[in-house]
Design a protein around this ligand. Sequence first.
Ligand SMILES: Nc1ncnc2c1ncn2[C@@H]1O[C@H](COP(=O)(O)OP(=O)(O)OP(=O)(O)O)[C@@H](O)[C@H]1O
Ligand SMILES: [Mg+2]
Length: 355
Amino acid sequence: MSDSNASSLPHLPSSQAQAQASGAWSPQQKSSETRLIIYRSDVMTQLMKMIERVAPSQANVLVLGESGTGKELLARALHEKSARKSKPFVAINCGALRETLLESELFGHEKGSFTGAYSRKIGLAEAANGGTLFLDEIGELPLSIQAKLLRFIQEGEIFRVGGKESIKVDIRLVCATNRELDQEVVRGAFREDLFYRINTIVVSAPPLRRRKEDIPILVTHFLNSGSPTFLNRGKTIDEEAMAVLTKYEWPGNIRELQNVCERLQILSEGHMIMVNDLPDSIRNPETKDEGTEFDPSVPLYELEKRYILKALGHYGGNKTQAAQGLGITIKTLYNKLHEYGEFEKYAVHSKPAKD
Ligand SMILES: Nc1ncnc2c1ncn2[C@@H]1O[C@H](COP(=O)(O)OP(=O)(O)OP(=O)(O)O)[C@@H](O)[C@H]1O
Ligand SMILES: [Mg+2]
């Protein structure tokens, strides 16, 4: 795909036009929002062909990719292109909940099985019966729950916490991680037998910097997104500004691009977005704010908090990635967020069943 081809795309008038001009595929959504998968690069075209082939099978799929590369979107596509599409797609983030809570969220619990279990609760695995269970950040799954998940995959049955009877559940499992799961196996943090059960098929979402041909069409798409009545919808972008966006490396991938586009939609003046409207960090990515000057008004604690929240912003709110980037464990990150009173804002990502 040549550059000149890519730079002619910003002028496409609507998302429908984009859909025709590129590969674009829309999972059926019950909500009014339609999630298009926008792409035109060869690497994504190949990937979507693979999704088409894999989706109708029963195989468990492991989706790999850096933060913000569209792993969840691909998981939904696998569901929507399967015979299970009329049944629920249920997602849970394995990194967001503490061990005991995660187990009861996943498998449910019986009334009185622990303090606070006032009534029976159906877990997400059961709620997904007939459909797809998406286990996001599977690398964060504690070993005790890995054992239970393995048993479930082998037997097709679950036990609610405190439950004596097994319950048959038929689900297709799609897992995602931005970790090197094979390394986790070597480290002993992830069970090898479970690893081989969940990775029958591996789908790798490439980082945005490896498919820059997709950037212009994504920018146009995001600038046209949002409520149709939103006045700032449908802004166009100057060619030079588009070139700057295309040159940038996008460490937070599509999520970062989407955030930037949303900000441009709201904050830029006029109908045409110019280079000057772009955030400094994107226009001058080399100039990093070192923050090393000593400032007596800023205690170390405050500096640490700012740095941690900055890292979360950088990785589009992804805790695993932020913890890795900061060189701390995810547990430490959660503890810090608790201290700052920011836990609720960043930690909860458990999605209810859709039916
Ligand atoms: N090809 C695409 N076309 C349009 N939107 C996309 C595409 N890929 C990703 N997005 C959007 O980018 C955002 C991030 O995607 P998604 O949540 O699927 O990524 P992820 O890999 O699961 O990220 P994380 O690792 O942070 O959980 C979502 O809002 C998604 O709708
Ligand atoms: Mg995700």
